[in-house]
Design a protein around this ligand. Sequence first.
Ligand code: HEM
Length: 323
Amino acid sequence: MTDDAAERPSPERPSPEPPESAEELGARLVAEVQAAGAARPGQRVLHARGIGAAGQFVSTGAGARFTRAAHLQPEMVTPLVVRFSNGSADPDASDGTRDGRGMATKFRLGDGSSTDIVALSLPMFFVRTTDDFVDFVRARRPDPATGEMDLNKVLAFLGEHPEAQAAAELSIAAPAPVGYDTVRYHSVHVFWLVGADGRRTPVRYRWQPAAGVRGLSDEEAAAQPADYLQSGLASALAAGSVRFDLEIVVGQDGDPTDDATSVWPEDRESLVVGRLELTGLADAEPLIFDPTRVTDGIDCSDDPILHARSAAYGASYAQRTTS
Ligand code: HEM
C-alpha cells in the first residue's frame, strides 16, 4: 500500500466517528429546545416557571419488600424539597395555560446524599429516542413567519410516530389543574428496585394527591389570576399541609423497561410506599433535580430518554447558573 492510499478512507473501514459524549448530547438537546425562542437566560430551559416547598416523607415500609433504599425502610422519615412547575420554557406563561406540570422531589438522605424523582403529569412520554425528541421539538417549533406552531408538521410527526399519540392525546385533553396539589404525577421511566439479597424488581413511581385529581374548565382557568397555581399552593400550605402518597407500580416479566412511550397493563400491582407531607414554601433555586440521581437500592433502567434527561438538565443547569 502506498502512502497515498493509506490516507484515503477505505470503504471497508470508514474512519469511526467519535461517540457523542453526555455533555455534547445535553448541549445539543438544550440548543434544540432553545431554538424555539421561549427560553430565557438564567432560567430552566424547560419547566422554567416553578415554585418550591419543603416537608417530609414518611415511609410505610411496604417498599422494603423490594429495596434496601434507606428512605423506603419501615418508619424512616426523610426531609425533602419539592419543585412544582409548568412545562413551558416561558417563565411568564400564565398558570392557566394547558401544559404539562412537573413535580421534582429531592429526598435528603441521612448520609448527606440525596435521591430525586422528577415526575410529570403524563404517565408516558412522546418519544422513546433522542433522535425522535429532536424531530418532535423541530415539528413543534413556531414558524418564524407567523410565530405559531405549524399544526401540519405536528400531525405529520404524529403520523410517522404512532407511539407518540397516547401522550399527545392525553396532553391535549388535560385541563389546567385546580392546584399543583390536585395533579397525579408519574416517573414515566422504569427504575429497578434492588433488595438486600440483590433481587431486582422493575417499578414505576406515581404521586397520588390526597386532595384528589381535579381540573378546571377552560372558562374557569381563564378567570384565574396568572399566578393562581403558585398563590394556591401558598394558601394550601398556610391552611394545613399538602399531601401525596408515593405509589410504586410493579412490573412483570416481559413488561418494557426502556421505553418512555409505553405504559404497563392496568392490572399491575401497586403499593403505597410512603406519604409526603409539605409544610411550607421553600427556595428551590438553583437546585438541579436529576432523574438519574438514585441511591443504593435503586438502579436506573436503560431507557435512553432517562439518560438524555440527565445530560440535558446538566447543560441547562450550567447555563442558568453562569448566565
Ligand atoms: C429527551 C427528553 C427531555 C429533555 C431533553 C428534557 C429537557 C429538560 C430541561 C433542559 C429541563 C430543565 C432542567 C434544569 O434546568 O434543571 C427540564 C426540566 C424538567 N423536565 Fe424534562 N426533558 C425531557 C424529558 C422529560 C420527561 C420524559 C419528563 C417526565 C418525567 C420530564 C420532566 C421534567 C420536569 C418535571 C422538569 C422540571 C425539573 C425541575 O423542577 O427542576 N422531562 N427538562
